[in-house]
Design a binder for this molecule. Structure first.
Ligand SMILES: [Zn+2]
Ligand SMILES: [Zn+2]
Length: 127
């Protein structure tokens, strides 16, 4: 439902962009990241259909991957939240294992937590 609505809004915004280009109100620009042409009009918000950023196919895809998928940081933060109750219990152990030279992967396996959790804890609280 929400998805279909967004798609319709997106189509409407793209149609406005196409009209604006035909009438000369909007001029296609090279990709703002790498300068490649042609670039597609990307909307940060469909509420402002003529407020676009020009991105080549590659950077457009990369941009959407960043926007649509949680970044590593966000993922790590959510892991931390999930494991917060066990933090006091496990952190000293994680730190001891790290100091002993056990890899984060192995530590994660031993303790049954995600590797991102181990690396986030060590990053945040030190060894
Ligand atoms: Zn580009
Ligand atoms: Zn886009």
């Amino acid at each position: 439902m929400a998805r279909r609505k967004r798609t319709r809004t997106e189509a409407a915004a793209q149609a406005k962009v196409a009209r604006a280009i035909r009438s000369g109100r909007l001029t296609p620009q090279p990709c703002e990241v790498c300068g490649h042409t042609p670039a597609v009009a990307h909307h940060d918000s469909y509420d402002r259909p003529l407020d676009v950023r020009w991105l080549c196919r590659r950077h457009h895809r990369l941009h959407h991957n960043e926007v649509d998928h949680p970044t590593y940081e966000a993922q790590a933060a959510s892991n931390v939240a999930r494991w917060q109750p066990r933090l006091t219990e496990l952190l000293p152990l994680v730190q001891r294992l790290a100091r002993a030279g056990v890899t984060q992967k192995e530590t994660a396996r031993l303790l049954g937590v995600a590797q991102t959790t181990v690396s986030e804890w060590l990053h945040r609280y030190g060894r």
